[in-house]
Design a protein around this ligand. Structure first.
Ligand code: UT7
Length: 315
């Protein structure tokens, strides 16, 4: 036996809110369309804040809530596809801004909207070999910089935020038994990069991605429960990637998940990609709805196309 548990969570979102009403002044859309098709009412957009600012604030809050000092961190992974720089990594900037030791293993990881799950699994493996047993796992995105304002199908969806978890590795803990995978595809959903002459922009074919998501979510839940030898009743809380309220509602209906065991913040945040799962976890911890001993099932899906799920416990 060996694995990680969450010791503390933190999150940050820039104060500037873009409402559905604001978007109607930019593209041909309506509050009614956005609300009924996605569940989104507002999203946070950075104005003067940087990606590094969001990571720093989320990380400091997570360390404070965990009661862990920066010097105790052995590794820091930032799951992101929108860092301030392609190099240095966002994780190197966290090392500088939070004061992590110079020998902390710091790097970024791109698993798109499933990134936080890829990072949690990677952290579990890394800490097994680390002399310091605490790790910092951050999901952070500044998607507002890559919005295609000519595309009403995507420009209404995305927002900026960061969420952070301090985790501890121990031989006494169960593994999170993460389930991760991808179907390599460059057409359905992504952000363009060096292979394109124009500046980076988000693109998505919404309907096929929606179909992928509603298949991937139950498949991930079934697989991760089987892998852990658990049933739906053993789970204290379900945390879904916040891409569309309808995707969450379908899963909730299928598994008859009671209202007190799941949470949506998509109405206020929109889709924040790798930041969405840790942001939800942090709000839940802040509200006292998850805490010491809670067993939480995390499910993510997105660009890649990637998927991920894990059963994590709070210390
Ligand atoms: O985080 C990564 C994973 N992402 C996801 O899982 C997202 C999955 N996809 C979705 O959530 C949904 O497909 C969307 C919310 C993106 C789109 O909803 P939809 O119900 O699939 O709409 P659609 O793309 O099929 O478009 C339906 C209609 C079209 O008009 P016509 O062709 O029927 O006349 C669109 O042009 O809605 C139109 N439309 C809009 N109308 C008003 C598309 N975007 C908008 C808009 N406002 N913002």
């Amino acid at each position: 036996m060996s694995g990680i548990k969450i010791c503390g969570m933190g999150h940050y979102a820039p104060p500037k809110l873009m409402t559905n009403e604001d978007l109607t002044k930019i593209v041909d859309t309506s509050d009614e369309w956005i609300t009924t098709r996605t569940g989104i009412k507002t999203r946070h957009h950075c104005v003067e804040e940087t990606h590094a600012d969001m990571c720093r604030e989320a990380a400091r809050m997570a360390l404070k809530n965990a009661g862990v000092a920066p010097e105790e961190i052995g590794a820091c992974i930032v799951a992101t596809l929108t860092p301030d720089y392609l190099a240095p990594s966002a994780a190197c900037l966290v090392q500088r801004d939070v004061g992590l030791p110079n020998d902390t293993v710091c790097f970024d990881l791109n698993g798109a909207c499933s990134g936080f799950l890829f990072a949690m699994h990677t952290m579990e493996c890394l800490l097994a070999a680390s002399p310091r047993k605490y790790g910092l796992v951050i999901g952070a995105e500044m998607l507002s910089r890559f919005i295609n304002w000519q595309d009403r199908g995507t420009c209404v969806l995305f927002g900026d935020a960061a969420g952070a978890a301090v985790v501890e590795w121990s031989e006494e803990y169960e593994s999170i038994h993460a389930l991760l995978g991808c179907h390599g595809d460059s057409d359905m959903l992504g952000v363009t990069g060096a292979g394109h002459a124009d500046p980076p922009q988000i693109f998505m074919h919404g309907q096929p991605v929606f179909k992928f998501a509603v298949t991937a979510v139950p498949w991930c839940i079934d697989q991760v429960l089987a892998r852990n030898g658990r049933t739906v009743d053993d789970v204290d809380f379900f945390v879904f990637h916040q891409a569309n309220a309808r995707i969450i509602d379908l899963a909730v209906r299928k598994y008859r998940i009671p209202e007190e065991k799941y949470y949506k913040n998509i109405e206020r945040y929109g889709n924040t990609s790798a930041a969405s799962i840790p942001t939800v976890l942090s709000e839940l911890a802040q509200q006292g709805r998850v805490g010491s001993g809670s067993r939480v099932l995390l499910v993510g899906f997105g660009g890649g196309l990637t998927w991920g799920a894990a059963l994590v416990e709070f210390k």
